[in-house]
Design a protein around this ligand. Structure first.
Ligand code: GRF
Length: 187
């Protein structure tokens, strides 16, 4: 199988990165992870890039030309898919246009509900019955592109921010890879 070259953008823990690296070892999984990009040189997730000998770049987003710098590395590694996995920086419309290929994001809510940060707290405060996670294409608006995959579960009265996060992330590991398979499945 010819695989697509993918780049994962992270800012923190990188548990989704870890899971995608594992999945990508399967010969029938459509992507190879060729690059990791971060805006946080202390991101724990860089450990998984290092451990698996995946090239990574730390970008200083305070520098004016930082998006061009990222584009340079994407081109160098012939990247056709960007997966945002806890990347805490908005991608500009200009960047999306210049890249011109698929960019997807994983978000810990049932979009279009609860866009943005602090999702678990807001979900609990709002007494939601269900929650879940969503993989969507990225456009210039926050958490607003076309949905690829979404999965939900019922919230229990014993749930708190921590348990919600654990349950949601477990589901994220499933749907991120399912979404990638869906995008590249030959129809
Ligand atoms: C994920 O829960 C994702 O939904 C959100 O950021 C979190 C990143 O977690 N966008 P990790 O860095 O993959 O562990």
């Amino acid at each position: 199988m010819v695989k697509v070259n993918a780049c994962i953008f992270i800012s923190g823990q990188g548990s989704n990165l870890k899971n995608l690296i594992l999945k990508s070892r399967d010969y029938s999984f459509p992507i190879n992870i060729k690059l990791v990009v971060t805006n946080n040189r202390d991101a724990y997730g860089l450990f998984y890039a290092k451990k698996n000998a995946i090239p990574f770049v730390c970008i200083d987003t305070k520098k004016r030309q930082f998006e061009n710098q990222i584009l340079y590395h994407l081109k160098k590694h012939n990247i056709s898919l960007i997966c945002l996995a806890g990347y805490m920086k908005i991608i500009s419309k200009k960047f999306l246009m210049k890249f011109g290929k698929n960019v997807i994001n994983i978000h810990p809510s049932l979009l279009p509900k609860f866009k943005g940060l602090g999702t678990y707290k807001r979900i609990l405060k709002n007494n939601e019955k269900k929650t879940g996670c969503t993989v969507h294409f990225v456009n210039e608006k926050l958490d607003a592109g076309k949905i690829v995959t979404q999965k939900s579960f019922y919230i229990s009265k014993y749930d708190n921010e921590n348990t919600l996060k654990n349950k949601t992330q477990k589901l994220e590991y499933k749907i991120f890879s399912e979404a990638i398979i869906k995008i590249y499945r030959k129809s």
